[in-house]
Design a protein around this ligand. Structure first.
Ligand code: RUQ
Ligand code: CUA
Length: 630
């Protein structure tokens, strides 16, 4: 770089506030280890900094929804800034929004204190994100949740789903969100509740692959169909599209049907399987009465109903299968190998037609590997998960190698590779699992950070990296802390979502909602005390609730504000109760007043200059007399 160019570069930097700061820090970091940054390093950092810089007041181009693993939450960040902008509690209580404290959300949680959120999926219409709902599965308690993207709130939790054990093989949606895929990671004897000796695992335990039905209008989820499978461990999946529409795919491992130390016992065979299910045929079979009901769900046994399921050999210990945007290929990678395999849907259909089978598992035909495979691509060590861009390229995460490989569908050439830090699990490209990916960005969800952040002790913060995939070569742009533990993510163009700002009053159908302070009050019926309360800047009405020890108290609070961002909270001292009520919302609190005394309640969510004054008292009579001050 010439001096003029260097000068130009510096002048440019002046105009990019954050960019400049980053470059200075970068330069400082490099110099402090005794090296001067090269012009190329400075230029690259400036470019990266400016392309991720979102100025104060500006907003990001994409929403990133990523799973929060065993936190039970879904996290929302903006891309390219990677700023964490929201937390959506799903399977665990979250005091910040009062989730899990009001009666409505407590009921949804069903008594479980946590969940293990794995793979978020945005609903689709014609194979493209329609921005209506986000589904997430719970690996721990076999549940599926639906978040409404109109208000970013969890609206339904279905489960524990009968017969599914370790719901990891989801949530992947079919092209018109007819189903959300589900599968058992851990085979168990069925129906649940029965016990068979572990020694008889191979014959008496069952795997299950399934589809949870979704109502196309309301998003309401219900038990769809299930298929009884051999006791393999079923892993991640994907739905077919285009020429493969109507098919669903999952990988499986431990096709050895082993127990004990799986790291040894389940890695004996060279290949495991991809299970391919023709869900349109499954629907017909269910309609024809060929399913039997097990624990309230129609279950099909492929031994009795052939033609629904096929197995395709895949490199051993695969972790999911991904269908290309055109629906022609499905990609399966063995974690213990350095190749990923591209299978061809047309070849699969031909093999099925010609009964080109190499064996069977409990009566399920195994297709001949060489007949279905299109190519083995030498991507690198530990291939895990593949996503796509708009130019016909695929991107595969390499766990062992700590890198992302870019390769071409069809010509199978590996085009580029970029190191990531460290041990990437999944990756997510912009709308990369739809029929219409955007390209542009890739987020690497790394499993280990090995001190990429300030030291905060043994539990090291996670890190995810933003990579520009808009050009020929991938470029590292930014690295950010991500809440633990991201397993998968969805990256959707921001303008596809139109979240509401307040809950419109006319849409509030809660029979206990009140909109005028003169309707507020306390009504007693035996030992049941019902309070209808209004929260509005900056007071509660009523501000005094008098009850007797032992009364059951139900409080319906309506936030009658119709102004954006005017939330109120209701925290009750020493009662483990806090709810937050958004503008136009009504929430229900219920508790037994079992402690005598005077308990202040107050607004927990900052709302106005007189927020601190927004308070009241609960008087629970039945204790001793007070110590009066003389
Ligand atoms: S998963 S990385 Cu459900 Cu691969 Cu965790
Ligand atoms: Cu209402 Cu703070």
């Amino acid at each position: 770089m010439s001096t003029t160019e260097a000068k130009l570069d510096r002048t440019k930097l002046k105009w990019f506030g954050a960019g400049a700061v980053c470059v200075v820090l970068f330069a400082f970091a490099v110099m402090s280890c005794g090296k001067r940054p090269t012009a190329a390093e400075l230029g690259g950092a400036a470019e990266a900094a400016t392309s991720t810089y979102v100025a104060p007041g500006d907003t990001d181009e994409y929403y990133l929804f990523y799973s929060g693993g065993h936190s039970g939450n879904v996290y929302v960040a903006g891309v390219p800034s990677m700023r964490h902008i929201s937390t959506i509690p799903v399977f665990a209580a979250y005091p910040a929004t009062g989730y899990g404290f009001d009666e409505e959300s407590k009921k949804m949680l069903g008594g479980f204190g946590w969940g293990d959120v794995h793979h978020p999926a945005i609903s689709e219409t014609n194979g493209d994100y329609d921005g209506r709902w986000l589904f997430v599965n719970d690996n721990a308690n076999n549940r599926l949740a639906r978040i409404d993207l109109r208000d970013f709130k969890t609206k339904q939790i279905l489960g524990p789903i009968p017969n599914i054990s370790g719901y990891h093989g989801g949530s992947f949606v079919t092209p018109n969100t007819e189903y959300v895929l589900a599968a058992s990671r851990f085979s168990v004897p069925l129906p649940k509740g029965t016990v068979e000796p572990l020694e008889e695992y191979a014959t008496k335990y069952n795997g299950v692959v399934a589809g949870v039905k979704v109502d196309p209008k309301t998003g309401e989820m219900s038990h769809g169909f299930q298929i009884l499978m051999p006791p393999f461990n079923f892993d991640l999946g994907d739905a077919g599209k285009g020429p493969s529409e109507g098919w669903a795919f999952w990988t499986s491992y431990n096709t050895e049907r082993a127990t004990g130390k799986l790291e040894v016992t389940s890695t004996q065979k060279d290949r495991d399987y991809i299970a391919a299910v023709n869900w349109k045929e499954v629907e017909k079979a269910v309609a024809a009465g060929k399913a039997k009901m097990i624990s309230g769900v129609p279950v099909l046994d492929p031994k009795e109903v052939p033609g629904l399921v096929y197995l395709i050999p895949c490199s051993k210990s695969p972790h999911g299968v991904d269908v290309s945007p055109d629906g022609k290929y499905f990609i399966g990678s063995g974690k213990l190998q350095s190749i990923t395999t591209a299978f061809n849907v047309e070849k699969m259909l031909t093999a099925i037609q010609k009964k080109d089978f190499s064996g069977n598992e409990d009566g399920i035909p195994v297709l001949t590997y060489d007949s279905v495979k299109d190519a083995e691509v030498n991507v690198g060590l530990g291939p895990l998960h593949t996503q796509f861009d708009s130019e016909g390229n695929a991107y595969t995460s390499l766990f062992v190698e700590s890198a992302v490989a870019k390769w071409k569908l069809g010509s199978w050439e590996v085009l580029d590779k970029i190191p990531v830090t460290y041990n990437i699990g999944h990756l997510c490209t912009a709308e990369g699992d739809t029929v219409n990916p955007d390209g542009k960005y890739l987020v690497a969800l790394n499993k280990l950070s090995h001190g990429r952040h300030l030291n905060v002790g043994p539990s090291q913060p996670e890190s995810s990296q933003l990579i520009n995939i808009g050009g020929e070569k991938m470029k590292m742009l930014y690295e950010a802390f991500t809440e633990p533990e991201p397993h998968y993510a969805q990256l959707i163009k921001a303008d596809k979502l139109k979240p509401i700002e307040v809950y419109p009053k006319e849409e509030n159908k809660n029979p206990n909602a009140i909109w005028d302070v003169k309707d507020a009050g306390v009504v007693r019926n035996g030992t049941n005390v019902t309070v209808k309360m209004v929260a509005v800047r900056s007071s509660f009405e009523p501000y005094k609730i008098e009850v007797n020890k032992g009364d059951t108290v139900t409080i319906y609070i309506t936030n009658i504000e119709q102004t954006t961002d005017e939330l109120h909270g209701f925290g009750l001292n020493e009662h483990n109760l806090n709810v937050v009520i958004d503008p136009g919302e009504t929430k229900t609190i219920k508790f037994v007043a079992d402690k005598p005394g005077v308990f202040p309640f107050y607004c927990t969510n900052f709302c106005s200059a007189l927020h601190q004054e927004m308070q009241g008292y609960l008087l629970v009579k039945g204790g001793g007399s007070a110590l009066a001050m003389k």
